[in-house]
Unconditional design. Structure first.
Length: 292
């Protein structure tokens, strides 16, 4: 990307307050997730640091609150703040990994199908249509029910199988429009290999819509991971997850222990809102026709 275009987009970003707010929220959560072991008052999944005597403590500003647990504790004596920080790391790992893996696979499949056309394109699109006909959540639940082992890697794999379709369909439309452009035809006439044409001439010009899909999909995947963990089919109990925190906390809502649900749910909502605010600016910037 040339410097004038980068400068133009940076200036556009500086003028868009919602985009700045969204990017700030996202960056804050990314830093919090990366440095969770340093920022968290405790490691909530280190059994040696847990004390059942600290269970169900209230937030610091309420009677019975403790400075050691600013947002209170859960039914295992784990600090809510610490668990949120570690759970945020899980959400970002799953979200980033799925976007990278499913995005790469979907882009390659859609690009190859659109470029070669014929039976190859038909095969790719029929596979995509088959996967797309199922609910992403339902398909992920089904796959996770089949796997014998559970973990972050399993969740990532299950979501990737259901998530690559949107990238394939998006890139396919762009490639179909680009592949007959004069510069592509000139590259073919000069004897350039298909691999070079695809990745040097077509892909760079077909990527802008993919960036928008990735930004939006990051929020969708993070919510999906939380949903799967809430349903009990996502990450195991030994791994931190915001969805699992909400699932555990809902059992104590009617007992007046609202902080076990409110704080992780608020963190999850704030993260998704931040991503969507940034994605909204990115969509407008990549496609001026949709500008607000």
């Amino acid at each position: 990307m040339n410097r004038p275009l980068l400068k133009k987009r940076f200036n556009s970003f500086k003028k868009d307050k919602p985009a700045i707010i969204g990017a700030t929220i996202l960056l804050t959560f990314i830093i919090a997730g990366i440095f969770a072991p340093l920022l968290a008052p405790m490691n909530p999944y280190d059994l040696s640091s847990l004390d059942l005597g600290n269970m169900l403590k209230m937030p610091i500003w309420m009677d019975g609150g403790s400075l050691s647990f600013p947002l209170g504790t859960d039914d295992q004596g784990r600090g809510i703040l610490s668990t949120i920080l570690y759970g945020m790391r899980t959400s970002l790992i799953v979200g980033g990994s799925v976007v990278a893996i499913a995005g790469s696979f979907g882009v390659v499949m859609g690009m190859i199908g659109a470029y070669y056309g014929g039976l190859i394109d038909s095969f790719v699109m029929r596979c995509a249509d088959t996967v797309f006909s199922f609910s992403t959540t339902l398909l992920a639940v089904l796959l996770l029910g089949v796997f014998e082992t559970r973990g972050i890697g399993t969740v990532i794999f299950a979501i990737c199988i259901a998530d690559w379709v949107k990238y394939a369909r998006t890139i396919r439309g762009s490639v179909l429009e680009i592949k007959n452009n004069p510069y592509v035809m000139a590259a073919k006439a000069s004897g350039a290999k298909d691999f070079r044409i695809l990745f040097q001439h077509i892909l760079p010009n077909a990527l802008p819509p993919i960036f928008v899909v990735m930004a939006v999909d990051l929020a969708v995947v993070i919510m999906l991971e939380a949903t799967l963990s809430f349903l009990g089919v996502g990450v195991p109990l030994t791994e931190p997850s915001l969805g699992m925190m909400i699932a555990i906390g809902k059992n104590y809502i009617y007992a007046g222990m609202w902080w076990m649900t409110l704080f992780p749910a608020s963190a999850l909502i704030l993260l998704v809102v931040g991503i969507n605010l940034f994605a909204d600016w990115l969509r407008d910037e990549m496609n001026p026709k949709l500008a607000r």
